[in-house]
Design a protein around this ligand. Sequence first.
Ligand SMILES: Cc1ncc(COP(=O)(O)O)c(C=O)c1O
Length: 410
Amino acid sequence: MQRTFDVQAVREQFPALGREYKGRGVVYFDGPGGSQVAKQAIDAVSGYMERGGANLHGVFPTSTETEEILAQTRLAAADFLGGAPEEVAFGANMTTLTFAISRALAHEWDENSEIVVTELDHRANVDPWLIAASERGATVRWVRVDPETLTLDREDLERNINEHTKLVAVGLASNAVGTVNDVAAIAEKAHGAGAIVAVDAVHAAPHIPIDRDWLGADVITCSAYKFFGPHVGVTAIKRDLFERMSVYRLDPAPDHIPEKLETGTQNHEGIAGVKGALDFIASLGEGASQREKHISAMQTIEEYEADLAAKFRAALGDLPNVKLYAAPEGVHKTPTIAFRVEGRTNEEVCIHMLEHGFFIAAGDFYASTLAEKLGISDGGGFVRAGLAPYNTMEEVERFIEALEGFVKGR
Ligand SMILES: Cc1ncc(COP(=O)(O)O)c(C=O)c1O
C-alpha cells in the first residue's frame, strides 16, 4: 500500500528550512551528521525552560513535572524502539552510553572471552568495546566487510562467532554508505553461542522502523539529534541483562534500572525535547497505540525516502567521473548516498555544492575501517548526501543538475 506523505506539511515543522545562504534557500543534505530539529522538539525544550525547571525528588510542581517528563520520554522512547520504559536510559550521546555499557559488560569477560566487531561500523560501536576487551585480555574478532558489495561477509561472521563469544557489536545501518545489516540473523547466530548483541541504531533510527526484540538486540542505542530532536543519547537494554549488569554506578544514582546507568543530573530540557521529536514522528503515523503510530510513521518515511534515494543513486551512477559507493540493488539501504568525483577533491565538491545552496559534508564519518578498506582514507573519504523526510524530489533533481555542471566543467 502506498502511504500518503505530505512533504510540504512536514517541511513546515522544521523552522531551520527557512534559512538562506547567499540569497538562496538552504538544502540540508547532512542529516546523517545531525538532522534539523522539529518544531515540536524545539517547543518542548524551550517550554520546559520557560515554565521553570528543577531537579528531581522535590515536592513542588517544577520538580514533579520534571519527573513526569522523564517518565513520559522513557515511555515514548520505549514505544519508538520496542521495549518497556524501565529498560530505557538516557545519556549524553550514543558514544558515552556505549562506553558506560561496555565497562559494565566487560566485568564478565576474561582472557578466554572473545568479542566481535565489524569493519562496517562507526567507531563509536567499535572502540569502546576494543578498550574494554583489551583491559580484560579478551580477544577481538573483526567481521570483514566486502569492499565490492559494501555488506558484511556472512561467512566470516559465522566463522568469528563461537562458544567463547561474549558480545557481538553491530550497526543496524552504515552511516557512510547506508547498508542496512541483517541484524536479526546476526543476533540469532550470536544468541546461539550465548553472546550479547549490542546494536548501534544511530544511523537507522531516523530512516526505518525499529523493533528491538524482532532484531534480537539485547542493547540498542541511538541519538535523538539524528531523529529531529536535541543532543541526547537513548539506550534500551533488555531487562534481565540490565538488572544483572554491574554498571559503574556513582552514588547519586539509585541502584535500580534504568537510572543506575545515568550518572549525575540528566539533560532535562533535552529529554523534554526527545519527547517532542518522538511525538512529531508519531504524528506522521496511524494506529491505535503510540507504538503502532511510530511503526506506521517510520514505514511512511522509509517509503518516501527510498523513492528519492533510488532516483538519486541512479542519476549519480549516470554521471561521468562519479564513483558511487552503494550496496547492490536488492540490498536494504537508508537514503544515505556516498560518492567521489574523480580528479576533484571532496572539499571542492562540497564547496561547489554549497554555492548552489546544498549543505553536504565529506570525510570518513568515523566509518574509518570501511574507508581504509576502500583505499579512500588518504583521499578524504566520501562525499555524503544524506536525505531526510523534509527533503524533496525537486532538491534531488537540483543537486544532480548542479553536480553535473561541476563534473562536466560547466
Ligand atoms: C552510525 C553511528 N553510530 C554512532 C554515532 C555516534 O553517535 P553519538 O554522536 O550520539 O555519540 C554516529 C554519529 O554520527 C553514527 O552515525
